[in-house]
Design a protein around this ligand. Structure first.
Ligand code: ZN
Length: 149
C-alpha cells in the first residue's frame, strides 16, 4: 500500500489525531501512521517484545487501506495498539484513576503541583475543523455535540 506521509501529516493541521499535540516535523518523519480501525495481529501480551521481531500477518486485512489511516504521535499510537476506538477512549478516560495509585502523583497532588481536569472524551480528530470550513462545520459540530465554540 502506497502511503503519502505528507498528506496524512496534514490531515489535522499537523497534529496527532488523538491528543492534538503537534507532530514534530512536516515531513511526517516522527509521525506514526495510525489505523483508526485496528489491523490486529494476534499479539499475546506476554509476547510483546518478540512481536516486533516476528511480524505477524494481519487479522483484519480489510482495514489496511488508505481511508483508514490517520496521523498519530508515537505515544498515542503505541498505547492504542490494536484497540478499537471506543475501548481506547475508555482507556484514556481512566488515566487519572491509574495515576492515583502512584506515590509521585499523590505527592505532586498533595503539594499542589498539579491540577486535575476532566477530559471531555472527544479526540482531536472528532472536533477538528479544517480552516476553510470553520464557519459551517463548527456550527454543525456544536449543534450535534452540544458544545459551544
Ligand atoms: Zn497523540
Amino acid at each position: 500500500m502506497k502511503v503519502d506521509r505528507k498528506q496524512i501529516h496534514a490531515m489535522y493541521g499537523g497534529r496527532c489525531c488523538y491528543c492534538g499535540n503537534l507532530l514534530k516535523d512536516e515531513t511526517g518523519k516522527h509521525m506514526h501512521v495510525e489505523h483508526l480501525l485496528p489491523v490486529q495481529r494476534n499479539m499475546p501480551k506476554s509476547k510483546w517484545k518478540s512481536y516486533w521481531k516476528e511480524y505477524k500477518p494481519c487479522e483484519n486485512p480489510e482495514n489496511e487501506n488508505v481511508k483508514n489511516l490517520m496521523p498519530s504521535c508515537p505515544k498515542c499510537n503505541i498505547i492504542k495498539n490494536s484497540l478499537p476506538l471506543e475501548q481506547f477512549r475508555e482507556m484514556i478516560k481512566d488515566t487519572i484513576r491509574q495515576c492515583e495509585r502512584q506515590t509521585s502523583y499523590q505527592r505532586a497532588l498533595r503539594f499542589g503541583m498539579i491540577e486535575v481536569k476532566e477530559w471531555d472524551g472527544v479526540f482531536y480528530f472528532e472536533k477538528y475543523v479544517k480552516p476553510e470550513n470553520i464557519e459551517t462545520t463548527s456550527k454543525k459540530y456544536s449543534k450535534n455535540l452540544k458544545i459551544s465554540f
